[in-house]
Ligand binder design. Structure first.
Ligand code: ADP
Ligand code: ASP
Ligand code: MG
Length: 411
């Protein structure tokens, strides 16, 4: 008998028909002799609607109450799924984050899980009951509800799998695995059979939303093997060939470039006309750090007559707060602040990149040949990112995918 955690994302539970299909998969896994814990997302579109309700009242709102609102979508799915499982003759019970409890820190809207109480869950599983947990939810020591950041149900699933010592964590979604690029934008993208935690972490953090970054981080740390697979197939679990996220040493063939990620979640900010003297960068970035606005890519222009411009990117969701902070708390002199939201960050990722020259050059040449201007560049050992006009997203992704030969079958 295996203990398996199955996670179903928004499109997999989008309506009653889809929820009944999910119930069917759970019944099949249970009748095959497994103990089953299910983690569900809100029905597709629901979380966006809830986020929008908060924004309609105020652009900058209380994060604790935001969590009360947006965590509710998952509760609905959990209850509906239990009712659907009951209809098929099996025992099932839902467990909200606060009931388990899934204790998190108090960083509302992007909380981190700290511990999960598992004794009661094990007891229910032994009794033969399916355990259904709404993803995305946590609760602080002081009993305030938290959420784990967008896409956080993946992290709930991996955290529960780790805490219960599950044999498998199957993440069911609307694609049948992790691809070399978002298959909705690059039709030539190829499914990857096995990907290392490290590369998946990089792809996820650079915008491949198929898994939330923290879920990969947690899987790597706790050794949980994630399988990404489609909920739209008739098959379940081990019979399906999705993508396995595993340790690097379990991958035989290392590619130079494994995949390409893109993110439209960032906005570009330029502080124009600051004095080019020591301490200027600190003068800009310290106030932002104080209000927990993370800065990603940074470039400083060449100085003219002792003055320069500083360009950087922040999450679009942090833009309003970043601008308010710069205006109110920045102590250095500047001429003006310009923002640009019509940008996309495109990143090529691969462990093999560390030992191969020319990867960056291929990227720059390919974009240049397509007439695409690069606004900002940043690199690390296993990735290169560029910021470009978002109108060129598809063109750039497809051209780069071809330039790195990602569509071809691996040797
Ligand atoms: P869920 O609602 O199941 O959590 P998400 O929408 O969060 O699903 O993630 C699945 C989506 O991730 C896919 O529909 C796909 O468009 C997108 N995606 C982005 N990059 C990739 C990639 N490299 N491989 C697979 N899917 C990707
Ligand atoms: N419903 C949440 C979201 O849309 C969490 C999740 O689905 O993973 O971000
Ligand atoms: Mg998701």
């Amino acid at each position: 008998m295996a203990l398996i955690v199955l996670k179903f994302g928004g499109t997999s539970v989008a309506d009653i028909e889809r929820i009944e299909c999910v119930a069917d998969k759970i019944v099949r896994e249970t009748l095959a002799g497994n103990e089953v814990v299910v983690v569900v997302s809100a029905m597709s579109g629901v979380t966006n609607q809830l986020v929008d309700y908060c924004r309609q009242i105020s652009g900058i709102h209380d994060a604790s109450e935001y969590d009360v609102v947006v965590s509710s979508g998952e509760q609905i799915t959990a209850g509906l799924l239990c009712i659907a499982i009951h209809k098929k003759g099996l025992r099932a019970r839902s467990w909200m984050g606060w009931q388990i409890p899934i204790i998190s820190n108090d960083t509302h809207s992007k909380a981190r899980i700290e511990s999960i109480e598992t004794a009661a869950l094990h007891e229910r599983l032994e009794y033969g009951e399916v355990v259904v947990v709404p993803g995305f939810q946590g609760v602080t020591e002081k009993k305030r509800i938290t959420t784990l950041g967008r896409g956080g149900s993946d992290t709930s699933a991996v955290a529960i799998a780790a805490a219960l010592g599950a044999d498998r964590c199957d993440i069911y979604t609307d694609v049948d695995g992790v691809y070399t690029a978002d298959p909705r934008i690059v039709p030539e993208a190829r499914k990857i059979e096995r990907i290392s935690y490290e590369e998946m972490l990089e792809l996820a953090s650079l915008g491949s939303k198929v898994l939330q970054t923290r879920s990969v981080e947690m899987a790597a740390k706790s050794g949980v093997t994630i399988q990404v697979l489609s909920s739209f197939s008739d098959e379940v679990g081990s019979a399906l060939k999705g993508t396995l996220v595993v340790n690097e040493d379990e991958i035989v063939e290392q590619e130079i470039v494994t995949g390409i990620a893109h993110s439209k979640d960032e906005a570009k900010v330029t502080v124009v006309g600051v004095k080019d003297v020591p301490g200027v960068a600190a003068g800009i970035f310290e106030p932002l750090a104080k209000v927990a606005v993370s800065v990603d890519m940074i470039v400083q222009n060449i100085s003219v007559d002792g003055y320069t411009d500083m360009t950087f990117t922040v999450a679009k969701t942090d833009l309003a707060l970043a601008l308010k902070t710069l205006e109110e708390d920045m102590e250095i002199n500047y001429k003006k602040v310009i923002t640009e939201e019509n940008v996309v960050k495109i990143s090529v990722v691969g462990i093999g990149m560390q030992s191969h020259a020319g990867v960056a050059n291929t990227m720059f040449r390919t974009l240049g040949e397509k007439g695409i201007n690069i606004q900002v560049i940043s690199t690390s050992e296993i990735k290169i990112s560029v910021l470009i006009d978002s109108d060129y997203t598809e063109l750039a992704l497809r051209a780069l995918h071809e330039a790195y030969g990602l569509g071809a079958d691996p040797a």
